[in-house]
Ligand binder design. Structure first.
Ligand code: IMP
Length: 427
Protein backbone atom coordinates (compact mmCIF):
# COMPACT_ATOMS: atom_id res chain seq x y z
CA UNK A 1 0.00 0.00 0.00
CA UNK A 2 1.17 3.54 -0.67
CA UNK A 3 -0.08 7.08 -0.34
CA UNK A 4 1.43 9.28 -3.02
CA UNK A 5 0.94 13.04 -3.36
CA UNK A 6 1.30 14.74 -6.74
CA UNK A 7 2.14 18.45 -6.59
CA UNK A 8 2.66 21.04 -9.31
CA UNK A 9 6.19 22.40 -8.85
CA UNK A 10 5.73 25.65 -10.83
CA UNK A 11 2.84 28.00 -11.52
CA UNK A 12 0.33 25.31 -12.48
CA UNK A 13 -0.26 23.63 -15.85
CA UNK A 14 2.74 21.34 -15.42
CA UNK A 15 0.98 18.37 -16.99
CA UNK A 16 -0.11 16.83 -13.69
CA UNK A 17 -3.19 15.29 -15.31
CA UNK A 18 -1.13 13.01 -17.52
CA UNK A 19 1.10 11.85 -14.65
CA UNK A 20 -1.91 11.27 -12.39
CA UNK A 21 -3.59 9.30 -15.15
CA UNK A 22 -0.49 7.12 -15.54
CA UNK A 23 -0.09 6.50 -11.81
CA UNK A 24 -3.80 5.82 -11.42
CA UNK A 25 -3.19 2.48 -13.05
CA UNK A 26 -1.85 1.49 -9.61
CA UNK A 27 -4.31 3.50 -7.47
CA UNK A 28 -7.65 2.48 -6.00
CA UNK A 29 -8.58 6.02 -5.06
CA UNK A 30 -7.61 9.44 -6.44
CA UNK A 31 -8.47 12.46 -4.31
CA UNK A 32 -8.23 16.20 -4.85
CA UNK A 33 -7.76 18.35 -1.79
CA UNK A 34 -8.06 22.01 -2.75
CA UNK A 35 -9.07 24.57 -5.34
CA UNK A 36 -12.01 24.08 -7.64
CA UNK A 37 -12.88 24.60 -11.29
CA UNK A 38 -9.92 26.97 -11.68
CA UNK A 39 -7.96 23.82 -12.49
CA UNK A 40 -8.07 22.31 -15.94
CA UNK A 41 -6.84 18.79 -16.50
CA UNK A 42 -6.20 18.11 -20.14
CA UNK A 43 -6.14 14.38 -20.68
CA UNK A 44 -5.41 12.66 -23.95
CA UNK A 45 -6.38 9.03 -24.24
CA UNK A 46 -6.14 7.22 -27.55
CA UNK A 47 -5.79 10.56 -29.30
CA UNK A 48 -9.00 11.91 -27.73
CA UNK A 49 -8.76 15.11 -25.69
CA UNK A 50 -10.82 15.49 -22.52
CA UNK A 51 -10.74 18.41 -20.10
CA UNK A 52 -12.01 18.14 -16.54
CA UNK A 53 -11.99 20.98 -14.01
CA UNK A 54 -13.30 19.38 -10.82
CA UNK A 55 -13.28 15.63 -11.21
CA UNK A 56 -9.77 14.25 -10.64
CA UNK A 57 -7.86 12.89 -13.63
CA UNK A 58 -8.16 9.39 -12.13
CA UNK A 59 -11.61 9.21 -13.69
CA UNK A 60 -10.11 7.77 -16.86
CA UNK A 61 -9.41 4.44 -15.14
CA UNK A 62 -12.45 2.25 -14.46
CA UNK A 63 -12.80 1.09 -10.87
CA UNK A 64 -10.90 4.03 -9.36
CA UNK A 65 -12.86 6.10 -6.87
CA UNK A 66 -12.49 9.83 -7.52
CA UNK A 67 -12.81 12.00 -4.43
CA UNK A 68 -13.42 15.74 -4.24
CA UNK A 69 -12.03 16.53 -0.80
CA UNK A 70 -13.44 18.77 1.92
CA UNK A 71 -10.82 21.44 1.24
CA UNK A 72 -12.20 22.09 -2.23
CA UNK A 73 -14.63 24.74 -3.43
CA UNK A 74 -17.14 23.12 -5.76
CA UNK A 75 -19.26 24.77 -8.43
CA UNK A 76 -22.22 22.35 -8.55
CA UNK A 77 -23.28 23.48 -12.00
CA UNK A 78 -19.82 22.71 -13.39
CA UNK A 79 -19.71 19.40 -11.52
CA UNK A 80 -23.04 18.31 -12.97
CA UNK A 81 -21.92 19.17 -16.47
CA UNK A 82 -18.68 17.17 -16.00
CA UNK A 83 -20.60 14.22 -14.61
CA UNK A 84 -22.91 14.36 -17.65
CA UNK A 85 -19.97 14.43 -20.10
CA UNK A 86 -18.10 11.66 -18.31
CA UNK A 87 -21.18 9.46 -18.23
CA UNK A 88 -21.76 10.04 -21.94
CA UNK A 89 -18.19 8.89 -22.63
CA UNK A 90 -18.68 5.82 -20.46
CA UNK A 91 -16.05 7.04 -17.98
CA UNK A 92 -18.32 7.31 -14.96
CA UNK A 93 -20.33 4.14 -14.75
CA UNK A 94 -20.91 3.36 -11.10
CA UNK A 95 -22.13 5.88 -8.49
CA UNK A 96 -19.36 4.63 -6.22
CA UNK A 97 -16.78 5.98 -8.68
CA UNK A 98 -17.31 9.53 -7.38
CA UNK A 99 -17.48 10.98 -3.87
CA UNK A 100 -17.83 14.66 -3.01
CA UNK A 101 -16.90 15.75 0.52
CA UNK A 102 -19.93 17.09 2.35
CA UNK A 103 -17.74 19.76 3.95
CA UNK A 104 -16.43 21.08 0.63
CA UNK A 105 -17.68 24.62 0.04
CA UNK A 106 -20.16 25.56 -2.65
CA UNK A 107 -19.56 28.19 -5.33
CA UNK A 108 -22.71 30.00 -6.39
CA UNK A 109 -23.35 32.67 -9.04
CA UNK A 110 -22.49 35.60 -6.79
CA UNK A 111 -19.02 34.24 -6.01
CA UNK A 112 -18.26 34.13 -9.72
CA UNK A 113 -19.75 37.59 -10.29
CA UNK A 114 -17.67 39.08 -7.45
CA UNK A 115 -14.55 37.48 -8.92
CA UNK A 116 -15.34 38.91 -12.40
CA UNK A 117 -16.09 42.41 -11.12
CA UNK A 118 -12.93 42.55 -8.99
CA UNK A 119 -10.88 41.45 -11.98
CA UNK A 120 -12.10 44.50 -13.89
CA UNK A 121 -10.44 46.81 -11.38
CA UNK A 122 -6.86 48.03 -11.18
CA UNK A 123 -4.41 45.54 -9.67
CA UNK A 124 -6.23 42.48 -11.01
CA UNK A 125 -4.66 39.12 -10.14
CA UNK A 126 -5.62 37.58 -13.48
CA UNK A 127 -7.84 34.97 -11.84
CA UNK A 128 -9.80 32.34 -13.72
CA UNK A 129 -13.02 34.15 -12.63
CA UNK A 130 -14.43 30.88 -11.33
CA UNK A 131 -15.35 32.39 -7.96
CA UNK A 132 -12.51 30.66 -6.11
CA UNK A 133 -11.31 33.62 -4.02
CA UNK A 134 -14.79 34.79 -2.92
CA UNK A 135 -15.79 31.22 -1.95
CA UNK A 136 -12.66 30.75 0.18
CA UNK A 137 -13.25 34.19 1.73
CA UNK A 138 -16.73 33.08 2.79
CA UNK A 139 -15.28 29.83 4.14
CA UNK A 140 -12.65 31.64 6.22
CA UNK A 141 -15.35 34.11 7.32
CA UNK A 142 -17.45 31.14 8.47
CA UNK A 143 -20.36 32.17 6.28
CA UNK A 144 -19.92 29.54 3.59
CA UNK A 145 -22.45 27.09 2.23
CA UNK A 146 -21.16 23.51 2.13
CA UNK A 147 -22.03 20.61 -0.12
CA UNK A 148 -23.84 18.85 2.73
CA UNK A 149 -25.98 21.96 3.26
CA UNK A 150 -27.36 21.56 -0.26
CA UNK A 151 -29.32 18.58 1.05
CA UNK A 152 -31.15 20.78 3.61
CA UNK A 153 -33.34 23.37 1.86
CA UNK A 154 -34.02 25.45 5.03
CA UNK A 155 -30.32 25.80 5.65
CA UNK A 156 -29.65 26.78 2.03
CA UNK A 157 -32.29 29.52 2.28
CA UNK A 158 -30.93 30.89 5.55
CA UNK A 159 -27.32 30.91 4.37
CA UNK A 160 -28.02 32.36 0.92
CA UNK A 161 -30.21 35.10 2.39
CA UNK A 162 -27.69 36.14 5.02
CA UNK A 163 -24.81 36.01 2.54
CA UNK A 164 -26.67 38.17 0.04
CA UNK A 165 -27.25 40.83 2.70
CA UNK A 166 -23.49 41.32 2.75
CA UNK A 167 -22.69 40.55 -0.86
CA UNK A 168 -25.36 42.59 -2.69
CA UNK A 169 -24.12 46.02 -1.52
CA UNK A 170 -20.58 45.01 -2.55
CA UNK A 171 -21.80 43.86 -5.97
CA UNK A 172 -23.55 47.22 -6.44
CA UNK A 173 -20.45 49.14 -5.38
CA UNK A 174 -18.36 47.20 -7.88
CA UNK A 175 -20.81 48.10 -10.66
CA UNK A 176 -22.80 44.86 -10.68
CA UNK A 177 -26.43 43.94 -10.06
CA UNK A 178 -27.74 42.46 -6.81
CA UNK A 179 -28.81 38.79 -6.73
CA UNK A 180 -32.33 37.78 -5.65
CA UNK A 181 -32.34 35.04 -3.03
CA UNK A 182 -35.31 32.92 -4.14
CA UNK A 183 -34.03 31.75 -7.56
CA UNK A 184 -30.56 31.07 -6.10
CA UNK A 185 -32.08 29.01 -3.30
CA UNK A 186 -34.21 26.88 -5.62
CA UNK A 187 -31.24 26.41 -7.96
CA UNK A 188 -29.01 25.31 -5.04
CA UNK A 189 -31.66 22.90 -3.77
CA UNK A 190 -31.95 21.40 -7.26
CA UNK A 191 -28.14 20.95 -7.31
CA UNK A 192 -28.40 19.16 -3.99
CA UNK A 193 -31.05 16.78 -5.34
CA UNK A 194 -29.02 16.05 -8.44
CA UNK A 195 -25.74 15.50 -6.57
CA UNK A 196 -27.06 13.83 -3.38
CA UNK A 197 -25.93 10.34 -4.34
CA UNK A 198 -22.30 11.48 -4.53
CA UNK A 199 -22.13 13.65 -1.40
CA UNK A 200 -20.60 11.91 1.62
CA UNK A 201 -17.79 11.67 4.13
CA UNK A 202 -14.70 12.06 1.96
CA UNK A 203 -12.22 12.23 4.85
CA UNK A 204 -13.46 9.00 6.37
CA UNK A 205 -13.52 7.28 3.00
CA UNK A 206 -9.89 8.18 2.27
CA UNK A 207 -8.83 7.20 5.79
CA UNK A 208 -10.55 3.81 5.49
CA UNK A 209 -8.96 3.21 2.09
CA UNK A 210 -5.53 3.81 3.62
CA UNK A 211 -6.33 1.52 6.57
CA UNK A 212 -7.39 -1.22 4.17
CA UNK A 213 -3.98 -1.01 2.53
CA UNK A 214 -5.22 0.47 -0.75
CA UNK A 215 -3.07 2.59 -3.04
CA UNK A 216 -4.20 6.17 -2.75
CA UNK A 217 -3.16 9.11 -4.91
CA UNK A 218 -3.62 12.72 -3.80
CA UNK A 219 -3.88 14.93 -6.85
CA UNK A 220 -2.71 18.52 -6.46
CA UNK A 221 -4.16 21.38 -8.45
CA UNK A 222 -2.45 24.62 -9.51
CA UNK A 223 1.24 24.86 -8.59
CA UNK A 224 3.55 25.43 -5.65
CA UNK A 225 4.22 29.07 -6.54
CA UNK A 226 0.48 29.76 -6.52
CA UNK A 227 0.21 28.60 -2.90
CA UNK A 228 -1.61 31.10 -0.69
CA UNK A 229 1.08 31.05 2.01
CA UNK A 230 4.31 30.21 0.21
CA UNK A 231 3.71 31.45 -3.34
CA UNK A 232 4.22 34.79 -5.08
CA UNK A 233 1.52 36.51 -2.99
CA UNK A 234 -0.76 38.28 -3.85
CA UNK A 235 -0.49 36.71 -7.31
CA UNK A 236 -1.57 33.32 -6.04
CA UNK A 237 -4.71 31.25 -5.71
CA UNK A 238 -6.70 31.09 -2.46
CA UNK A 239 -5.88 27.58 -1.32
CA UNK A 240 -2.96 25.47 -0.20
CA UNK A 241 -1.40 23.87 -3.25
CA UNK A 242 1.52 22.23 -1.41
CA UNK A 243 1.70 18.64 -0.15
CA UNK A 244 0.72 19.78 3.35
CA UNK A 245 -2.57 21.00 1.85
CA UNK A 246 -3.43 17.38 1.07
CA UNK A 247 -3.40 16.65 4.78
CA UNK A 248 -5.62 19.56 5.78
CA UNK A 249 -7.90 19.34 2.75
CA UNK A 250 -8.51 15.61 3.08
CA UNK A 251 -8.26 15.20 6.83
CA UNK A 252 -5.27 12.88 6.66
CA UNK A 253 -2.24 13.04 8.95
CA UNK A 254 1.23 13.74 7.49
CA UNK A 255 2.51 10.41 8.81
CA UNK A 256 0.33 8.65 6.22
CA UNK A 257 2.11 10.17 3.24
CA UNK A 258 4.63 7.86 1.60
CA UNK A 259 5.93 9.88 -1.34
CA UNK A 260 5.57 13.39 -2.77
CA UNK A 261 6.16 13.68 -6.50
CA UNK A 262 6.61 17.17 -7.95
CA UNK A 263 5.70 17.78 -11.57
CA UNK A 264 7.63 20.35 -13.59
CA UNK A 265 7.67 21.18 -17.26
CA UNK A 266 11.05 21.18 -18.98
CA UNK A 267 10.58 24.96 -19.22
CA UNK A 268 8.31 27.35 -17.32
CA UNK A 269 4.89 28.91 -17.89
CA UNK A 270 2.53 31.13 -15.98
CA UNK A 271 -1.01 32.39 -16.63
CA UNK A 272 -2.39 35.54 -15.11
CA UNK A 273 -0.47 38.44 -13.68
CA UNK A 274 2.48 38.30 -11.29
CA UNK A 275 6.24 37.98 -11.27
CA UNK A 276 7.92 35.57 -13.67
CA UNK A 277 11.61 36.47 -13.81
CA UNK A 278 12.64 33.89 -16.43
CA UNK A 279 9.83 34.89 -18.81
CA UNK A 280 10.81 35.11 -22.47
CA UNK A 281 9.05 38.01 -24.12
CA UNK A 282 8.78 38.20 -27.90
CA UNK A 283 9.60 35.56 -30.47
CA UNK A 284 11.30 32.99 -28.29
CA UNK A 285 8.38 32.95 -25.86
CA UNK A 286 5.95 32.71 -28.78
CA UNK A 287 7.90 29.77 -30.19
CA UNK A 288 7.62 27.83 -26.92
CA UNK A 289 3.93 28.75 -26.63
CA UNK A 290 3.12 27.41 -30.08
CA UNK A 291 5.32 24.32 -29.77
CA UNK A 292 3.88 23.47 -26.36
CA UNK A 293 0.26 24.47 -27.11
CA UNK A 294 0.48 26.76 -24.11
CA UNK A 295 -3.06 28.05 -23.85
CA UNK A 296 -5.07 27.73 -20.63
CA UNK A 297 -7.32 24.65 -20.40
CA UNK A 298 -9.78 26.62 -18.25
CA UNK A 299 -9.77 30.10 -19.77
CA UNK A 300 -8.02 29.65 -23.14
CA UNK A 301 -5.62 32.46 -22.18
CA UNK A 302 -2.15 32.33 -23.78
CA UNK A 303 0.35 31.23 -21.15
CA UNK A 304 3.47 33.28 -20.55
CA UNK A 305 6.53 31.12 -21.35
CA UNK A 306 10.12 31.16 -20.17
CA UNK A 307 13.21 29.22 -19.11
CA UNK A 308 13.23 26.63 -16.38
CA UNK A 309 13.72 28.28 -13.00
CA UNK A 310 15.74 26.04 -10.66
CA UNK A 311 15.58 28.43 -7.65
CA UNK A 312 11.77 28.42 -7.96
CA UNK A 313 11.80 24.62 -8.15
CA UNK A 314 14.07 24.45 -5.09
CA UNK A 315 11.45 26.38 -3.16
CA UNK A 316 8.80 23.94 -4.37
CA UNK A 317 10.92 20.91 -3.45
CA UNK A 318 11.48 22.29 0.04
CA UNK A 319 7.93 23.43 0.81
CA UNK A 320 6.38 20.10 -0.18
CA UNK A 321 9.22 17.82 0.91
CA UNK A 322 9.30 16.32 -2.58
CA UNK A 323 10.83 12.88 -2.86
CA UNK A 324 10.88 12.69 -6.66
CA UNK A 325 10.47 14.83 -9.75
CA UNK A 326 8.57 14.17 -12.98
CA UNK A 327 9.59 16.33 -15.95
CA UNK A 328 6.96 16.87 -18.62
CA UNK A 329 6.96 18.27 -22.18
CA UNK A 330 10.64 17.57 -22.82
CA UNK A 331 9.72 17.10 -26.50
CA UNK A 332 8.72 20.79 -26.74
CA UNK A 333 12.38 21.82 -26.35
CA UNK A 334 13.42 19.91 -29.49
CA UNK A 335 14.97 22.46 -31.86
CA UNK A 336 15.47 25.15 -29.21
CA UNK A 337 19.13 26.16 -29.45
CA UNK A 338 20.69 26.95 -27.05
CA UNK A 339 18.62 26.28 -23.94
CA UNK A 340 19.04 28.43 -20.86
CA UNK A 341 18.61 27.28 -17.31
CA UNK A 342 18.21 29.73 -14.43
CA UNK A 343 20.36 28.34 -11.61
CA UNK A 344 20.38 31.21 -9.08
CA UNK A 345 19.33 34.83 -8.54
CA UNK A 346 21.48 37.88 -7.88
CA UNK A 347 19.92 40.40 -5.53
CA UNK A 348 21.78 43.46 -4.22
CA UNK A 349 25.15 41.75 -4.49
CA UNK A 350 23.99 38.46 -2.99
CA UNK A 351 23.51 35.12 -4.73
CA UNK A 352 20.23 33.39 -3.84
CA UNK A 353 19.62 29.68 -4.34
CA UNK A 354 15.82 30.04 -3.97
CA UNK A 355 13.37 32.38 -5.68
CA UNK A 356 12.78 35.36 -3.37
CA UNK A 357 9.06 35.82 -2.64
CA UNK A 358 8.80 39.46 -1.66
CA UNK A 359 7.42 41.43 -4.64
CA UNK A 360 10.09 44.16 -4.37
CA UNK A 361 12.87 41.58 -4.27
CA UNK A 362 11.34 39.77 -7.22
CA UNK A 363 11.30 42.99 -9.24
CA UNK A 364 15.00 43.53 -8.58
CA UNK A 365 16.34 39.97 -8.60
CA UNK A 366 18.29 39.00 -11.71
CA UNK A 367 18.31 35.43 -12.97
CA UNK A 368 21.73 33.81 -13.31
CA UNK A 369 21.67 31.59 -16.38
CA UNK A 370 23.65 28.58 -17.49
CA UNK A 371 23.57 27.89 -21.20
CA UNK A 372 23.21 24.27 -22.24
CA UNK A 373 23.23 22.60 -25.64
CA UNK A 374 19.90 21.90 -27.27
CA UNK A 375 19.03 18.96 -29.55
CA UNK A 376 17.16 18.57 -32.82
CA UNK A 377 16.11 14.92 -32.75
CA UNK A 378 12.43 14.07 -32.23
CA UNK A 379 12.08 12.51 -28.79
CA UNK A 380 8.42 11.47 -28.87
CA UNK A 381 9.20 7.86 -29.73
CA UNK A 382 11.81 7.47 -26.98
CA UNK A 383 10.92 5.14 -24.09
CA UNK A 384 14.17 4.97 -22.10
CA UNK A 385 16.67 7.58 -20.97
CA UNK A 386 19.57 6.00 -22.84
CA UNK A 387 17.82 6.54 -26.19
CA UNK A 388 17.37 10.28 -25.63
CA UNK A 389 19.73 12.62 -27.48
CA UNK A 390 22.86 13.15 -25.39
CA UNK A 391 22.14 16.86 -24.89
CA UNK A 392 18.65 16.06 -23.56
CA UNK A 393 20.12 13.57 -21.11
CA UNK A 394 22.66 16.14 -19.96
CA UNK A 395 19.86 18.69 -19.45
CA UNK A 396 17.85 16.27 -17.30
CA UNK A 397 20.79 15.15 -15.24
CA UNK A 398 21.79 18.79 -14.61
CA UNK A 399 18.27 19.46 -13.28
CA UNK A 400 18.48 16.40 -11.06
CA UNK A 401 21.88 17.47 -9.69
CA UNK A 402 20.75 21.03 -9.01
CA UNK A 403 17.59 19.92 -7.17
CA UNK A 404 19.04 16.95 -5.32
CA UNK A 405 16.00 14.70 -5.78
CA UNK A 406 15.68 11.78 -8.19
CA UNK A 407 13.82 12.00 -11.45
CA UNK A 408 10.98 9.47 -11.54
CA UNK A 409 9.41 10.11 -14.93
CA UNK A 410 10.00 12.05 -18.15
CA UNK A 411 7.12 12.84 -20.48
CA UNK A 412 7.96 13.20 -24.18
CA UNK A 413 4.45 13.70 -25.58
CA UNK A 414 0.82 14.08 -24.53
CA UNK A 415 -0.21 10.42 -24.96
CA UNK A 416 0.01 7.83 -22.19
CA UNK A 417 2.59 5.84 -24.13
CA UNK A 418 4.88 8.83 -24.70
CA UNK A 419 6.55 8.46 -21.33
CA UNK A 420 9.85 7.33 -19.87
CA UNK A 421 9.09 5.75 -16.50
CA UNK A 422 12.15 5.60 -14.24
CA UNK A 423 10.66 4.78 -10.85
CA UNK A 424 7.14 3.93 -9.80
CA UNK A 425 6.25 5.57 -6.47
CA UNK A 426 3.62 2.87 -5.83
CA UNK A 427 6.18 0.10 -5.83
P1 IMP B 1 -7.90 31.87 -9.11
O1 IMP B 1 -7.41 30.57 -8.57
O2 IMP B 1 -8.93 31.71 -10.19
O3 IMP B 1 -8.34 32.80 -8.03
O4 IMP B 1 -6.65 32.60 -9.82
C1 IMP B 1 -5.52 33.06 -9.10
C2 IMP B 1 -4.24 32.85 -9.89
O5 IMP B 1 -3.99 31.46 -10.01
C3 IMP B 1 -4.29 33.38 -11.32
O6 IMP B 1 -2.99 33.82 -11.69
C4 IMP B 1 -4.66 32.16 -12.14
O7 IMP B 1 -4.23 32.26 -13.48
C5 IMP B 1 -3.89 31.11 -11.39
N1 IMP B 1 -4.46 29.75 -11.52
C6 IMP B 1 -5.52 29.24 -10.88
N2 IMP B 1 -5.73 27.96 -11.24
C7 IMP B 1 -4.75 27.65 -12.10
C8 IMP B 1 -4.40 26.44 -12.80
O8 IMP B 1 -5.02 25.37 -12.68
N3 IMP B 1 -3.31 26.52 -13.61
C9 IMP B 1 -2.57 27.65 -13.74
N4 IMP B 1 -2.86 28.79 -13.11
C10 IMP B 1 -3.93 28.78 -12.29
Amino acid sequence: MAVVVIVGAQWGDEGKGKVVDLYTEHADCVARWGGGANAGHTLVVEGKKLVTHLVPSGVLRPGTTCVLGDGMVVDPDQLLSEVRDLKEQGLLVDDRDLLVGRRAHVILGYHKRLDELREQRAGAIGTTKRGIGPAYEAKAGRRGLRMGDLLRPERVAALVESNLEEVNPVLLRLGGEPFAAAPLVSEAVRYGEALARWIGDAGRFVHDAILKGKNVLFEGAQGSLLDLDHGTYPYVTSSSTLAGGACTGLGVGPTQIGAVIGIAKAYATRVGAGPFPTELPGDQGNLLREAGGEYGATTGRPRRCGWLDIPALRLAVRTSGMTGLAVTKLDVLTGVQPIKLCVAYRLRGETLDELPLDLDDLAEAEPVYETVDGWTEDTRGVRDLESLPQAARRYLSRIEDLLGIPMVLVSVGPNRAETIVLRNPFR
